[in-house]
Write a new protein. Structure first.
Length: 298
């Protein structure tokens, strides 16, 4: 099953735009250090990059903007006459860690030929933030990594006869068979929501990747000991080892993708973005609403 190896893509609407996690405003001494907000508006035509440069938008922010719209097939290569834009970015307090970005794009809209292109930053519990437009769509895709290298797919998502219970049961995951002890890795960046025994699932890890989307890893022989609820993980970090704890006939990983409590087919999952967020955006078309008022980066 070589074709099933390596990486497989699960297109999530959420996505990771480079830029890392900003340092949150931390109380220092008695005062609170607030980020400084900058707003830039302008109008023009032709190269969007040149227009941003002309308005003295810092290179990091220009880069974020241009990279984000790169994947929008409708975004004009050259801005038509009388295009307008407005962008908001923040200057964060001096980084606590070296390498943390100082400037962060919060929101941008561009009106070109009567068409609106927009983008808002949506951060969640400090993990890699995403940029989304008002329809809750991201312009980039999050790619899930297959959690076990060189695994064999032994059971798909769907109805099957349960190998132990011998009755028809819906299988809510992907079974990936691999030698016992093979490393199991986080499918994407996230925060550990559960790490421990979980009935028929045996040793189990759940990682949250956003307000709704999580992945589950069942039947592990053991869990990496440092992993606890609240631990942040990066895509590819080792979280445990293939085993057959709980209800399993042989060593395999049962890999699940969840949208809240609902289990999705990991091979075709198109999980939704936070419905509440989409609603807020839909009912508040004001371009002045930076997404951060909804996220927890405030
Ligand atoms: Zn399974």
């Amino acid at each position: 099953m070589r074709s099933f190896c390596a990486r497989f893509l699960i297109v999530l609407l959420a996505a990771a735009l480079a830029g890392g996690t900003p340092a949150l405003a931390e109380p220092i001494g008695s005062g609170i250090v607030e980020p400084i907000r900058h707003e830039v508006t302008g109008a023009g035509s032709g190269s969007f990059e040149a227009l941003l440069k002309k308005h003295k938008v810092p290179p990091e922010i220009r880069d974020s903007v241009l990279r984000s719209f790169q994947l929008d097939p409708d975004f004009p290569r050259s801005l038509p006459k009388q295009s307008e834009f407005r962008l908001v970015y923040e200057e964060l307090p001096p980084a606590l860690k070296e390498g943390d970005p100082r400037l962060v794009l919060r929101s941008i809209w561009i009106r070109a030929d009567g068409k609106l292109f927009d983008l808002y930053r949506y951060g969640w519990r400090g993990i890699t933030p995403v940029y989304m437009n008002q329809n809750g769509r991201s312009l980039r895709e999050l790619v899930f990594r297959l959690p076990v290298d060189d695994a064999r797919l032994t059971s798909k998502f769907g109805w099957r006869e349960h190998p132990i219970l011998k009755k028809k049961k819906f299988h809510y995951g992907l079974d990936l068979a691999a030698p016992p002890g093979s490393p199991v890795r986080a499918a994407a960046d996230g925060v550990v929501a559960m790490a421990g025994w979980n009935g028929n699932y045996g040793n189990y890890v759940r990682i949250d990747h956003g307000p709704h989307i999580s992945t589950g890893y069942a039947h592990l022989s053991s869990i990496v000991t440092t992993l606890k609820e609240g631990t942040r993980v990066k895509q590819g970090d080792m979280i445990g080892f293939v085993g057959m704890t709980g209800l399993a006939t042989g060593p395999h990983l049962c890999f699940q993708v969840l949208d809240g409590k609902k289990q999705l087919n990991p091979l075709s999952a198109r999980p939704m973005i936070d419905e509440a967020l989409i609603e807020q955006l839909a009912t508040n078309p004001g371009r002045n609403l930076p997404i951060a008022t909804i996220g927890d980066l405030q």
